[in-house]
Every structure is written in structure tokens, then in C-alpha cells.
Write a protein that binds this ligand. Structure first.
Ligand SMILES: [Zn+2]
Length: 205
């Protein structure tokens, strides 16, 4: 469906300019709302309590017989630990390191060194209609904070997409020639399309 020069969710010039104008907050990380944590009892868990992230959900697995009071204490501790980890991996500094690595690996050059102007990449909280956007003349790449808890291949795909726009402004065959070097880009696109679709049709109550 998305061919060359077709508008995509990643970016569209008009929207990019409009949103760029009133961009204010660089990065806000929201700690997990504990009431939204899902606790699952598991026979296999025995004495172990584990927690993991599934997109924006946090799932804590506890042994079947564990007391409610003990569970609460574990949940707070484990969720805090996951939040700390996510905060570290989402920081501005690590975002730039990650983008540099992707640029070298998939585009054969570190665009942070080779682009005509210094490149800045950052999370923004006021970009809700697109996942990423790029203003090549300013060397500026913005990523929607809504992606922060998505799988890393999805975030990487959007970073590579926007990095390519530093070189190729449209979605021409030249663009896709570069994009295809990132092996999971179709899978990432399917993930984001599915996510958008679900958000559109399954509104939280
Ligand atoms: Zn694009």
C-alpha cells in the first residue's frame, strides 16, 4: 500500500512543520501507573516473581500461593526496576548512540559526522499523528515518545527511516533502496500499522 511518494504515518511535510512550530517538551518519561500492572499467578513460577513489559503493559508473574501483601511489595520493586531500565535506555544520550550505530551499520556512514549540519535526535511528546519526523536542513530528527516501550526493532526501523531522510527527502525508489537494508522494516511497519489500527478502533473507556 505504501509505495514511493505515498504519504506515510512516519512523516508528512505539512504536519511536520506544523508540529515543529509548537514543539516544547523534549522528553518526558512517565513512571508506570501501578494500577495498570497485570498480575498473573503461575504454577510454574514456584518461588520466583518475574516482571516483563509487553508494549505499554507490565506483566508480573507470581507463584499461585503467594499472599497479596507479598505480591504488592514485589510488584512495586520490580516495576521500579523496569522503569529505571527503560529510563536509561530511552535517555537522549543513549538515543544518539543508538542512532549512530544504526547509521554506521545500515547506511555505511555515521551521519552524525557526515551530514552537512550537526544532527540532533530526540524524543518529543507533542507528536501524536506520526512516529517520526525529520527536517534535513536543520539535521533534526524527532521521535514520538509513544514508541518508547515498543520492541527495539520497531524503534530502530523508525530511526533508520528518519536517518535516510537526511539523505533522501521523499519516499522515492532511492529511499526504499536504503530502507531495505534494514531487514525488519516490513515487520516494523506491520507492527505500527496494527498499533494505529487498534488505537483507532479500540479506544480506552
Ligand atoms: Zn518518510
Amino acid at each position: 500500500m505504501t509505495g514511493p511518494n505515498q504519504p506515510s504515518l512516519f512523516d508528512s511535510e505539512d504536519a511536520a512543520n506544523a508540529e515543529h512550530a509548537n514543539e516544547s517538551v523534549e522528553f518526558i518519561y512517565q513512571r508506570t501507573d501501578l494500577t495498570k500492572v497485570e498480575v498473573k499467578r503461575s504454577k510454574r513460577a514456584k518461588r520466583n516473581v518475574t516482571a516483563y513489559r509487553d508494549n505499554d503493559k507490565t506483566i508480573v508473574t507470581v507463584p499461585t500461593r503467594m499472599a497479596k501483601r507479598d505480591i504488592d511489595a514485589y510488584v512495586v520493586e520490580l516495576v521500579n526496576r523496569l522503569d529505571d531500565r527503560d529510563e536509561r535506555t530511552s535517555s537522549q544520550e543513549s538515543l544518539e548512540q543508538r542512532a549512530r550505530m544504526l547509521s554506521k551499520k545500515y547506511l555505511g556512514q555515521d551521519l552524525f559526522d557526515t551530514h552537512k549540519v550537526p544532527v540532533k535526535i530526540r524524543w518529543v511528546t507533542n507528536q501524536n499523528s506520526r512516529w517520526g519526523s525529520c527536517t534535513p536542513d536543520e539535521g533534526s530528527i524527532r521521535l514520538s515518545h509513544r514508541m518508547q516501550r515498543m520492541p527495539s526493532y520497531v524503534i530502530d526501523s523508525v530511526i533508520v527511516h528518519e536517518l535516510i531522510h537526511l539523505l533522501v527527502t521523499d519516499h522515492s525508489p532511492e529511499f526504499y533502496e536504503l530502507m531495505n537494508k534494514f531487514p525488519q522494516h516490513e515487520k516494523a511497519k506491520a507492527y505500527l500499522d496494527g498499533y494505529s489500527h487498534a488505537q483507532q478502533y479500540f479506544k480506552p473507556e
